[in-house]
Design a protein around this ligand. Sequence first.
Ligand code: ADP
Length: 420
Amino acid sequence: MTDWDPKELLRPAFPGLEESDLAELASVAEIQRYPGGTILCHEGALGDTFYLIVEGHADVIKYLDEENPRRLLHRLGPGDFFGEMALVQGGPRTATVDTDGPITVLEIHRDAFMRVLTRSAPLSIRMVLKVTSRLRDADQTAIADLRHKNQELRRAYHNLERLDKAKADFIGLVGHELRTPLTVMSGYANMLKVDERVQEEKRLSTLSQGILVGIDRMQNIVDHILDVSRIDSAVLQMRRVPTAVAVLIKEVESSFESALRERQLTFHSEGLSELPFIMADGDLLYKAFYHLVMNAVKYTPDGGSITVSGRLVQEKEGDEAIQIIVSDTGIGIDAEHHELIFEKFYQTGEVMLHSSGATKFKGGGPGLGLSIAKGAIAAHGGDVWVESAGHDEQVLPGSRFYVRLPLYEWKEGKAFEEEE
Ligand code: ADP
């Protein structure tokens, strides 16, 4: 191995350092040689050594994430030093330093290095300069990274927006295109039903009734598709009038009267009649609660119960809102789905598709109910979220859907105006 003189190696690295200080550092310095692939500093580990590269190269790297596992910050060569930041801070290494080929370094232990550092102005200045330049580099790299990531995010967001618009347009188109033939089919099926020959023949009348039930179901789905499409495309026309939530929920309950009876589900309401009127579009809000109750019916086994409760809540800055909770004793929902179920067509994968009876236990739907509910509630300035301890068909933890609707100020005359 070459006979290196530590003092002559240190001199160019620390210009202006007193001879005595140089001599002290040199007296404790050790020359070491490492093979390629050696990790000299581990990010996060405590380090007590200062390194000056004599021969060879070292890479300063950070391990970021799965996508970007190894990020090269600097490539260092002869005359460069590293490992000083952890020594000065008395903290862990802020990056990893490794070698791809053999390397020779001069090593100085922390104690000697700090001893000289505390009394030597030139060494301190050199350290301050080095540390600030490293910080500036890190800053620049972080800003460049952020810019790059922002651009990527913006591009991805625009693409998603375009895709979402294409999807919404397609849904709207399908809804409209299906509505006309369905109306025609419904007309003919009704003609069949009232035809004397069909009425006389029991089998034919059962068949025509079956066709009508199927068409009715399809019409329902098409209506939901059109609702979603209207909410999505923001062409929603709202007519807000003073509305009593208790009456609305009563109407919803009536819509499910036969399903509740058939499935032996009990329906309770609590605290609704004490709630103040809210300025709401009754039809739209009815749809929101219709879908929430429909789901409670669908995802609660026979014999369970559904409760709709309401209360007034104080919001920040003295505003008030009403909170309605639709809770059931059903199969529940795992936390990972709590946000996604409000997206169009999202289902948790637990649904078995029943071709008949939308109110059967786990009867399949197109996955639009909650997205309509969310859109209708958002149009009233409110929000909806779910709480559930998880999905379990034995334990039946149930689900609680919370609806928050802000109370609008009563404005004489304004209340009955059409809103765009
Ligand atoms: P769907 O037509 O499938 O009912 P929704 O948008 O109404 O569509 O609901 C989305 C999914 O959320 C459902 O497929 C179901 O898995 C889950 N879900 C909704 N409400 C409940 C509930 N009360 N209990 C359990 N799961 C529910």
